[in-house]
Design a protein around this ligand. Structure first.
Ligand SMILES: [Zn+2]
Ligand SMILES: [Zn+2]
Length: 274
């Protein structure tokens, strides 16, 4: 019996004798099936191969990024936040080895794992079991959980407080239950927003974007982007970290608003002539 992992999205499935015949996450318009065919492996295979390392890097006081090298599957970055009373892992990566567990235990372990959306569910249950943590997923994304666990708490409504210092907000868009994390104490209490790829930082680090599907280049409706921008306006942050380790260091709230306006103008044909 194995917990198979899809090598394209890095998401792990419930215990089974055989690998699933397809990956539910990849067989959907927001991801893609590898053109060379569906492939599976297990976490044990990755540990045996011995060619992966998790790099845990300090970003600012109370925040570390976690990234697997070489890149595996989608290649996202997770973040470990030291809140007032607990440590929260924002999003997750597939690879988990004893060295990672030992290093994170030195920071006091992980109390809660919060997910932006299904593409980063990875081996969240392995992480939750290794650290005795609870997993927080918005109930609107329940159907995408491929490895159920008693450790998963499905939250509802528009926001949930995880720690006096950390709040999750469902802002939707990329997925119905898509969430961002507002860290009040971050950035010398000017506030930090961790966005996954629900809001992505553009190449110039001056603009942001919002997409339904990144690999398949499908935009979101203008009305959805405007609603997301309205929700972001209610949050207090000056800095953003996204899922691909792109950072907007300052004035991120203003940049989110101007980016939403530009996006809507582009969709409605008011930004440029072509
Ligand atoms: Zn997949
Ligand atoms: Zn995604």
């Amino acid at each position: 019996m194995n917990n198979y992992i899809c090598t394209t999205c890095g998401v792990q499935y419930e215990t089974a004798e055989q690998a699933p015949d397809h990956c539910r996450i990849c067989s959907e318009v927001r991801q893609y099936v590898n053109p060379n065919g569906q492939n599976w492996l297990t976490l044990e295979d990755m540990l045996e191969q011995g060619n992966y390392v998790n790099v845990i890097h300090p970003e600012e006081s109370g925040l570390h990024s976690i990234h697997t090298t070489p890149d595996f599957a989608i290649g996202q970055t997770a973040y470990l936040i030291e809140g007032k009373t607990s440590n929260v892992l924002w999003d997750c990566v597939t690879y988990l080895d004893p060295a990672t567990i030992a290093e994170i235990q030195d920071f006091g372990g992980i109390n809660a794992i919060a997910l932006s959306h299904p593409h980063y569910y990875s081996t969240q249950v392995e992480w939750a079991e290794a650290f005795g943590a609870k997993i927080y997923i918005h109930e609107d994304d329940k159907e995408w959980v491929t490895r159920p666990s008693e450790r998963i708490e499905f939250w509802s409504g528009e926001s949930i407080e995880l720690d006096g210092d950390i709040t999750l907000h469902r802002i939707g868009g990329h997925f119905k239950g898509a969430a961002v994390l507002e860290w009040h104490g971050g950035n010398n209490s000017q506030g930090v927003l961790l966005t996954g790829d629900i809001v992505r930082v553009a190449a110039d680090r001056d603009w942001l974007t919002f997409m339904y599907s990144y690999p398949n280049f499908i935009p979101l409706p203008a009305s959805t982007v405007s609603r997301m921008a309205d929700q972001l306006q209610e949050m207090k942050f000056d800095r953003i970290y996204d899922a691909f380790h792109r950072i907007i260091d300052a004035e991120a709230a203003e940049k989110a608003q101007k980016s939403a306006k530009r996006y809507v103008a582009a969709l409605s044909g008011e930004l440029f002539e072509t």
